[in-house]
Design a protein around this ligand. Sequence first.
Ligand code: COA
Length: 214
Amino acid sequence: MTTDTPTIRPAELTDLDGIAHIYSSLWCNYLRNRGDEEDALLASRFNVCMQLERSPITLVAEHEGEIVAACFVGFFDDGVPQSNPLWQDCYRDLLAQATKRAETADEDLEGSLFGDSREKETADRFAASGTDYAQAQINLIIILPAWQGHGLGRLLIERARAAMREAGRTKFFLMTDNQSDYAFYDHLGMTRIAEDHSQDTGDGFTVYMYGGEA
Ligand SMILES: CC(C)(COP(=O)(O)OP(=O)(O)OC[C@H]1O[C@@H](n2cnc3c(N)ncnc32)[C@H](O)[C@@H]1OP(=O)(O)O)[C@@H](O)C(=O)NCCC(=O)NCCS
C-alpha cells in the first residue's frame, strides 16, 4: 500500500449507502442494466445491512470521504451467530421493505434480494454442525473496482484475523461461490472445506466454504 492508503475504521450507520454502492457495483449489474435502479439500491442496502447485523466486527476503508472497501466478521457461540445491536433497527426496516418488494418480484429480483440470506441459512447449518471452523465467519469482503489489486483485500483480511484473535477465536470460515473471486482465498492460503450445490438451478452455481486460521 502507498502513503495514500485509506483509513480503516468500524462502520457507522451513515456508511450504509457507501458500502451499498460497492455491493451494487459488484453484484447488481443485471438489475441496473435492465433499468431497475431502485431495486438495485434496495437489494444492495438490504444485503449489506443483513451482513452488518450479524457482524460484531465491521471494518470499512475510507478514502477522502468515500467508502472504498468493507470487511465484516461474525462470531458464533455454540453454533449461534451473534448480532450487532447497532444495525438491528436498520435491518428490521430493510427486511420489511425487501419482503414487501419480493411479493411482486420476478425470480431474478427475488434472488438478488434473498439469495444472500439463503446463503446465511447454509452457513448457520454448517455452524450448528459443531465444526471447529465455526468460531467466526468473514461475512463480507468487497473492494470498489477502482481500488481492487492495490492490497486492500489482503490488508482487510489481516485486520479481520487480528480482530478474531483479539476475540479469542482461533479458526474461521467464509462462504463464497463460483461466480465470485474465490481464488483470492486460495491465494491467501485458506482451504476449501465444503461445497453446496443446493442453489444450482441448472447454471452450475456452487457455494464454496473456505476455512482458515485466525
Ligand atoms: C477479491 C477481492 C476481495 C480481493 O481484494 P483486492 O484488494 O483486489 O486484493 P489485493 O490487492 O489485496 O490482493 C492480495 C493478493 O491476492 C491476489 N488476488 C487478488 N484477487 C485475486 C483473485 N481473484 N484470484 C487470485 N488471487 C487474487 C493478488 O494478486 C495479491 O497477491 P500478492 O499479495 O501475493 O501479490 C476484491 O477483488 C473484490 O472485492 N472482488 C469482488 C468481490 C468478491 O468477489 N469478493 C470475494 C468473494 S465473495
